[in-house]
Design a protein around this ligand. Structure first.
Ligand code: NAG
Ligand code: NAG
Ligand code: NAG
Ligand code: NAG
Length: 373
């Protein structure tokens, strides 16, 4: 059940000011050399699984796609489907709860409630199409959260209806939620109808990022490894589909970006997207991830997974690319299941270190990545 919903989804981080000036750029070698330098020029340390505090932590709360964001001085975590010990009767079920983080990257504060169903992050809007049999309930994928001002954040949702005996679901469309800081948990609120219909691309479900006046949204759709990028001004403009623009897929990595108005239909996704220097021109991943600013590389860093397999990162000068080729972090023989990787730059104490977590339908594995270039 979780997988079906999750296949469509994503993440990411936030930072209003990502200026890059004055520092010497650190260059990486080609991707084969990079792999040989595993353990010398860079390393990965597994630091344990994410812990949830309080009684639902003791009951084994788990799930997938927990992404971290930062708003008004607080760490926010929002997740995919969550329940305790894979059993919805142990501590309830939530299609997407949100919590506050703590000083420790791998401790999430769930002390406030005994039932994870009390932590719903982004409920449907009252005017949304109701589930029609055989579907019986909603599903809500959510992006990470970016700030639009000091007290309010923004995130995207992709709404589906599901819960049919045959496991089928129906897409409903993309929506925008405003996020505020509740007493015990962040609260996301839709203020009107969905932004798009069910035929649209899933806006921001790979990840979103705040860069200067824009919110960049990413989603993985179209041919294998195609990641679209769109943007809109970080204001109430985000509530109008006509204010969005998307990058047309550039014929090569030297072509100046061409932005075109409106949110594309899913069937046209192949005409849009970002370039990498991979031979395919696209990314090597099939799962959502993160887009953050790396203070170490002075570049944007995109992280993603090949489903239950590799974890990659890519670097770029601009949030729309062009991106480098993929650098593998975790290999297919590492024993870790790559799913829903999320970078957590807010917990780095040095520029050369970065925490990230990933893992499907259960415990979330936390890693610390360190570079020595
Ligand atoms: C932040 O943005 C929200 C949504 O546009 C708005 O309702 C709120 O008044 C703004 N707050 C401040 C302090 O500007
Ligand atoms: C967890 O949240 C509760 C309020 O829900 C608060 O009283 C407590 O101090 C928090 N614990 C940590 C470790 O942040
Ligand atoms: C463009 O692609 C070529 C060939 O893959 C590569 O050598 C070059 O560094 C790339 N340029 C940029 C700006 O990514
Ligand atoms: C790098 O080494 C770690 C073990 O330290 C391993 O888990 C990981 O898969 C390696 N990465 C690659 C790309 O081989």
């Amino acid at each position: 059940m979780m997988f079906i919903v999750l296949l469509t989804v994503v993440i990411v981080p936030v930072v209003i000011a990502w200026p890059s000036m004055g520092k010497k750029a650190i260059k990486l070698p080609d991707s084969d050399t990079f792999i040989r330098q595993n353990g010398t020029k860079w390393q990965i340390q597994y630091v344990g699984n994410i812990k949830f505090t309080g009684s639902i932590g003791e009951l084994g709360l788990g799930g997938d796609k927990c992404r971290s964001s930062f708003l008004g001085g607080r760490h926010i975590w929002n997740c995919g489907d969550m329940e305790c010990a894979s059993d919805p009767f142990k501590c309830g079920f939530s299609m997407g709860p949100a919590f506050y983080g703590t000083k420790s990257v791998s401790v999430i504060n769930t002390t406030a409630h005994a039932n994870v169903g009390d932590f719903q992050f982004a409920p449907p809007w009252h005017g949304d199409p109701k589930p029609v049999p055989p579907q019986s309930q909603y599903g809500m994928d959510t992006s990470n959260v970016v700030p639009i001002n000091a007290t309010t954040g923004l995130a995207y949702v992709w709404e589906i209806t599901r819960g049919a005996p045959d496991g089928s679901h129906l897409d409903q469309g993309a929506g925008v939620v405003f996020v505020t800081l509740g007493e015990t948990q962040p609260i996301a609120k839709r203020v009107g109808p969905l932004l798009t219909g069910s035929d649209s691309v899933a806006v921001g479900i790979f990840a979103i990022a705040r860069v200067q006046q824009y919110i960049y949204n990413y989603n993985l759709q179209g041919p294998f490894g195609n990641i679209l990028v769109g943007r809109v001004e970080a204001s109430d403009a985000a509530l109008s589909a006509s204010k969005y623009e998307y990058l047309l897929y550039p014929p090569d990595n030297k072509t100046a970006p061409i932005w075109t108005r409106g949110i594309p239909a899913a069937k046209d996704a192949a005409n849009y997207g970002m370039r990498t220097t991979e031979s395919s021109g696209r990314f090597a991943c099939s799962q959502y991830g993160s887009v953050t600013w790396s203070r170490y590389f002075h570049k944007y860093m995109l992280m993603c997974n090949l489903f239950l397999d590799f974890t990659f990162f890519y670097l770029a000068e601009n949030p729309w690319g062009p991106w480098t080729g993929g650098y593998k972090l975790l290999g297919d023989d590492s024993g870790w299941l790559g799913y829903g990787v999320s970078a957590h730059p807010r917990w780095s104490t040095k520029d050369n270190e970065l925490y990230f977590s990933q893992g499907p339908s259960g415990p979330l594995n936390m890693f610390k990545l360190t570079f020595h270039y």
